[in-house]
Design a protein around this ligand. Structure first.
Ligand SMILES: C[S@@+](CC[C@H](N)C(=O)[O-])C[C@H]1O[C@@H](n2cnc3c(N)ncnc32)[C@H](O)[C@@H]1O
Length: 478
């Protein structure tokens, strides 16, 4: 279950974030102050038509008129609504500071405006502008929305973005150094990008301390350079299924404190050439929800292998099961398992760990457990009567977190315990081993895998990252 889930989503929605922050409904009003884009003089981004602000107001109308038009519509239905002024069309920091100040200061005088979102480019925030934004952010809830689209310079060149990754990274740093909220905008399905390239864009953003993200599918719009490229080269357009997969993979990868502002884009029907499935926005969002529910994953799932471990516990352990935590430590896994199973035997070689586990279980009013203070290689002596009756045995290798680091599991006793454990399992039983990459840990996992291979015992390995120095999980089948 995702920890920020208040709207039954497995990711951190903007709705959730704003409702918590302002304690009421908050609505974004798109406004247009008729600015241009610095990239137009270089031909503009190849996918762009009219500066991507289709749903903003008319620049010929005053700000007041644009704002009131939306507010009057909503106010009757929801009188308590607060508003965020969203400067969306083109590049909203690309103007003399005088012009920017006039618009942003005016908007702050409107009743019920609690924040300002400024859509812009990373190459269009001057030092003078940054100083002003810093001041503005102390007076209102300010968010700067920056287009990145892709972390790959090759793609940025192809789409004639007009800046590179370095420029984006530096801009985010300048904004964050001044405590200004940043939302990054990325596009999936850019020409010739692979699944891994799109995933890497999200992994890169995780490192930048951004506050929010907008994920879009690439739209091929009429009368754009992208349309010409598409006609000429017929590059692959993601199917809906492929898009759902990549978005869910990106959500699993994304830090869980990053607010997701969007997972699909709006496009004008009459301009859209491909892909037409994006017109059914609700169905795309529903399918993303369904896929995350099917996977039983959520935002940030890949951050820890322990999430995968708990997912397996959830799927595998049934209320009538008897299970063993062979390294109970501070008792976290034991507690989790006690809530799923009929009974849990919790083993640890350290008295300290046994005491910690007891404390944790008692404070949670858990009673369906038995503690065994010994090395797990002797588990048979205690569990002989349960031979063939155990559903799951879990080993979380290494040392006691917060305890004596010199006492840790070692390959000889771990291997002995696994052999004993295999005898205790019922026909469908499994053993889960969480392995760590320190020196003894590496030896342990190597020896375990070697033993399983030599004895033709079925097993699977789960990794949540391609980092070879990260913990991973071995699932051993009876
Ligand atoms: C990584 S910790 C387990 C953390 C635990 N799952 C939790 O939720 O806190 C590993 C534990 O294995 C225990 N241990 C080390 N060698 C052992 C052995 N031969 N038999 C049983 N426990 C052992 C350590 O005392 C330590 O508490």
């Amino acid at each position: 279950m995702f920890k920020y889930s208040f709207d039954n989503k497995n990711y951190y929605t903007l709705n959730n974030y704003l409702t918590n922050k302002f304690n009421t409904r908050v609505f974004k009003v798109s406004l247009n102050i008729g600015l241009s884009c610095p990239n137009f003089k270089n031909g503009g981004c190849i996918f762009c038509k009219n500066g991507s602000g289709e749903f903003a107001g008319k620049p010929t109308d005053s700000l007041k008129k644009q704002f009131d038009m939306v507010k009057n519509m909503l106010n009757n239905k929801w009188p308590d609504t607060k508003y965020i002024a969203y400067f969306q069309a083109n590049t909203n920091t690309y103007a003399p500071i005088k012009v920017l100040k006039k618009a942003f200061e005016e908007i702050l005088t409107f009743k019920d405006v609690v924040g300002i979102n400024i859509g812009t480019r990373p190459d269009a925030i001057s030092d003078e502008c940054l100083q002003y934004l810093k001041d503005l952010s102390k007076r209102t809830f300010l968010t700067i929305e920056l287009g990145l689209q892709s972390m790959h310079d090759k793609t940025l060149k192809l789409i004639n973005r007009g800046h590179d990754l370095k420029c984006f990274d530096e801009c985010v740093k300048r904004l964050k150094d001044n405590n200004i909220n940043v939302v990054a905008h990325i596009i999936n399905g850019l020409p010739y990008e692979t699944h891994d390239m799109m995933l890497n864009t999200v992994k890169h953003l995780n490192k930048l301390k951004i506050d929010g993200i907008k994920i879009h599918m690439l739209h091929v719009l009429r009368d754009t350079q992208l349309e010409k490229l598409y006609e000429k080269e017929k590059f692959h357009i993601l199917t809906k299924k492929e898009y759902i997969k990549i978005v869910c993979d990106q959500i699993e990868e994304l830090n869980d404190n990053i607010v997701i502002h969007r997972l699909t884009g709006d496009g004008k029907k009459e301009d859209l050439i491909e892909p037409l499935w994006t017109l059914k926005k609700v169905s795309v969002l529903n399918d993303i929800d369904k896929e995350l529910k099917r996977r039983e994953t959520y935002q940030g799932f890949n951050k820890s292998i322990l999430n995968k471990l708990q997912q397996i516990y959830n799927k595998f352990v049934k209320p009538g099961d008897i299970v063993v935590d062979a390294t109970c430590g501070n008792g976290n896994d034991t507690l989790y398992l006690c809530r799923l199973a009929k009974k849990v035997f919790a083993i640890d070689i350290q008295k300290n760990a046994i005491n910690n586990t007891k404390k944790l279980l008692d404070s949670n009013n858990i009673t369906n457990y038995e503690l065994i203070n010994n090395s797990h290689e002797y588990m048979n002596d205690y569990l002989y009567d349960y031979t063939g009756k155990i559903s799951l045995i879990t080993f979380n290798l290494g040392f006691l977190p917060g305890g004596d680091k010199s006492i840790m599991t070692n390959y000889k006793s771990t291997l002995n315990a696994i052999k004993k454990g295999l005898n205790l399992l019922n026909k469908k039983g499994i053993i889960l081993v969480t392995c760590y990459p320190h020196k003894e840990g590496k030896k342990e996992s190597k020896e375990i895998i070697n033993y399983l291979d030599c004895n033709s015992i079925k097993y699977s390995i789960y990794k949540n990252t391609d980092n070879t120095e990260a913990p991973f999980l071995i699932e051993i089948k009876k």
